[in-house]
Design a protein around this ligand. Structure first.
Ligand code: 0RA
Length: 660
């Protein structure tokens, strides 16, 4: 996309002229003003997601330069003041004089809104950027931006404030290398969250490094100083691309076969890279990408992959007579139990469809991926008979288990409200029937469940108490999970039906009875473990619930502070300290602050006021920012290995210090 822009640039390096304030400039300002007026249209949203999206927009330009073959390293820095620097060693953005626009090409790139927002189809770059709106958009949403170009042996520079150049492009020094350096300060009046999170950036940069083998991407956090005085920093680099990506995703799982089935090819001018591993678990984990964008809704590339997998494995199994003694019928998803795969295609003019515009529509891609995967898989099976047998055995086991699951599912279905079987006995339902208004609280324990039943607004709030820890679905076979009372109760209360012809695990969430599902557990380590188990269940079995933004976590207060007649709930130690400072010091005041460890310690009124009342409560919405990273983290948290889990919990624990 940036290439389009520069195709109009005059070749000769015309000296800079002081451009007059032309009609063009006014148009530029109007364009950038549109971005500031409706930022969500251009970068998705103005939450933490949009804030980080600014970085991806800038990085994508450098990735484009790398894919063109001219850049090998991209450095991303979170500065002390929460500004971001992105530097690459590409050719540098051209600085030639632009005849038509009467300004430098660099200034055009930085200030002209060249590609529209979401609704401007067909303007996606090869390297990605879901919204693909470019550097000018980031510029418009930054209070300040500084661009430096290393090119022609010189360093050129221009600075901007909310997208407006402060001066013409000027030379500020000599350069020994080429490249582009961007620094921007996000406008804190635009975004609801303004502090960059290292882990979010690291997750995306790691993903980009795997998706684009050979590019070295570094992330440095200058807000965090190590003991030796250096800054927190990480290098993301992958020699083997998706082969390494799938190994990373599978590092906490037990492998069925140690090989990665891998292909990197081009069919009908479409570059296709696929890596497949099989583990001994039961989940299907396929991550698909188009132009580095995670296509969470799938599309034609995924369809082609699935078709090739089923056809090739089935043919192999039949020809090797392994199915002769098998009584049950084998269906498509039996071939995908314990399968983890990453699929990446690069499509010149992708058509994105679906609710979140992350479903690939191009029909030609389906056949290309089908052919590529069919060939590579067939070759692998022929060359590796021992491994092939293990895969087919696993498929047969899956088919057998699925038949057992059907029985279990029929039991759930019989009890589901849609087939007149009635709701779970433990559910205290609400009276409203409009899912848009209805909320279901999944509450830890019968006693807190009882309090919540008394405290709730019964018009729109339903309560389902859960007995302690629900089953860890990461480790259980599907039909076992459906045999668990707690999991059946959740399905039944939600009203969703499960299982279709094609996909026996698909949940029909159109029938969902509540559009807010709120996990309410104690504010302690056990509580957060239960949160994780329930989130794992939704992530693996009904990811659409999370994708649609229906899953939430309630946040009960940690303290009730009292002094005389004054009472205040506190959610943090800082709030509690403030209360103590305000209403008198002395150690005795700690005797007036009551620590709530369990929901059950609150009475019904207190629970309503603090945690359930939409006017006062704090709900945390559960989001999947990065599906591959979420997959990795869930499998690691729920897996067998203790080391990495402990490390993760120590870094992320909220309650460790409180419960100590
Ligand atoms: C178009 C042409 C040329 C370089 C770039 C774009 C370019 C853009 C960005 C944005 C960030 N980093 C970048 N690096 C390069 C160069 C054309 C030439 O030198 O012939």
């Amino acid at each position: 996309m940036i290439e389009d822009l520069f195709s109009q640039v005059a070749e000769e390096n015309t000296p800079q002229e002081n451009s007059s304030y032309s009609a063009d400039s006014i148009q530029v300002l109007e364009g950038l003003e549109a971005v500031r007026k409706r930022p969500a249209m251009y970068i998705g949203d103005i939450s933490i997601k949009g804030l980080h999206h600014l970085v991806y927009e800038i990085v994508d330009n450098s990735i484009d330069e790398a894919l063109a073959g001219y850049c090998t390293q991209i450095d991303v820095i979170i500065n002390e003041d929460n500004s971001i620097t992105v530097q690459d060693n590409g050719r540098g953005i051209p600085v030639d004089y632009h005849e038509k626009e009467k300004k430098s090409a660099l200034e055009v790139a930085m200030t002209v809104l060249h590609a529209g927002g979401k609704f401007d189809k067909g303007s996606y770059k090869v390297s990605g950027g879901l919204h693909g709106v470019g550097m000018s958009c980031v510029n418009a949403l930054s209070t300040r931006m500084v661009t430096q170009v290393y090119r022609n042996g010189k360093i050129y520079q221009q600075e901007y404030e909310i997208g407006k150049p402060l001066y013409n492009v000027k030379e500020v020094g000599v350069a020994e290398h080429t490249g582009t350096r961007q620094q921007f300060w996000p406008d804190t009046t635009i975004f609801t969250e303004t502090v960059y999170k290292y882990e979010i950036l690291a997750g995306r940069l790691r993903e980009l490094a795997y998706l684009n083998a050979g590019i070295k991407i570094t992330l440095t956090d200058r807000r965090v100083v190590n003991e030796d005085g250096s800054f927190k920093t990480e290098i993301f680099y992958s020699e083997d691309g998706l082969k390494e990506f799938v190994k990373y995703l599978e590092s906490s799982r037990e492998h069925l076969i140690s090989d990665v089935i891998y292909l990197n090819t081009e069919k009908q001018n479409i570059p296709i890279e696929v890596a497949i591993m099989y583990n001994t678990g039961f989940a299907e984990n396929i991550h698909s990408y188009v132009n580095n964008i995670n296509t969470i809704e799938g599309g034609t590339h995924l369809a082609g992959f699935r078709r090739a997998l089923t056809r090739t494995l089935k043919k192999y199994a039949e020809e090797s007579k392994m199915l002769d003694k098998v009584k049950v019928e084998i269906s498509g998803d039996d071939f995908r139990e314990g399968l983890t795969a990453v699929i990446s295609v690069k499509v010149a003019e992708p058509q994105f469809e679906g609710q979140t515009k992350t479903k690939l529509g191009n029909s030609e891609v389906s056949g290309a991926v089908d052919q590529a995967v069919g060939e590579a898989l067939n070759y692998y099976l022929e060359e590796h008979p021992k491994e092939a047998k293990m895969i087919v055995d696993k498929v047969i086991l899956a088919a057998t288990a699925r038949h057992a699951a059907r029985k279990a599912r029929e039991m759930v279905q019989r009890k589901s409200p849609m087939s007149g079987g009635g709701l779970p006995g433990k559910l205290a339902d609400c009276s409203d029937r409009d899912p848009l208004r209805c909320e279901l609280f999944l509450v830890e324990g019968d006693s807190a469940g009882g309090t919540a039943k008394q405290g709730r607004n019964r018009a729109f709030q339903a309560i389902l108490p859960l007995r302690g820890k629900i089953l860890n679905v990461e480790k259980a076979m599907y039909h076992k999970a459906l045999e668990s009372d707690e999991i059946r109760n959740i399905y039944t209360a939600l009203g969703v039906t499960i299982g279709t012809e094609e996909d026996s695990k698909a949940a029909n969430i159109e029938k969902l009875r509540y559009h807010k599902i709120i996990i309410m557990t104690d504010a302690d380590v056990d509580g957060s473990h239960i949160d994780t188990l329930i989130m794992t269940f939704f992530f693996r079995y009904m990811p659409q619930i999370i994708q649609n933004g229906y899953l939430y976590i309630a946040t009960p207060p940690l303290y009730l502070c009292k002094k005389g007649k004054v009472e205040e709930y506190c959610w943090t130690d800082a709030q509690r300290q403030k209360f103590i400072d305000t209403y008198g010091g002395g150690s005795e005041n700690a005797i007036h602050t009551q620590r709530y460890k369990g929901l059950g310690e609150m009475n019904a009124t207190q629970l309503w006021e603090t945690t359930m009342d939409p006017e006062n409560r704090i709900l945390k919405q559960v989001n999947i920012e990065n599906a591959a990273e979420a997959d990795f983290i869930f499998s690691m948290l729920m897996g067998e290995e203790v080391g990495p889990r402990r490390e993760f919990i120590e870094e992320n624990a909220t309650y460790a210090n409180i419960d100590a």
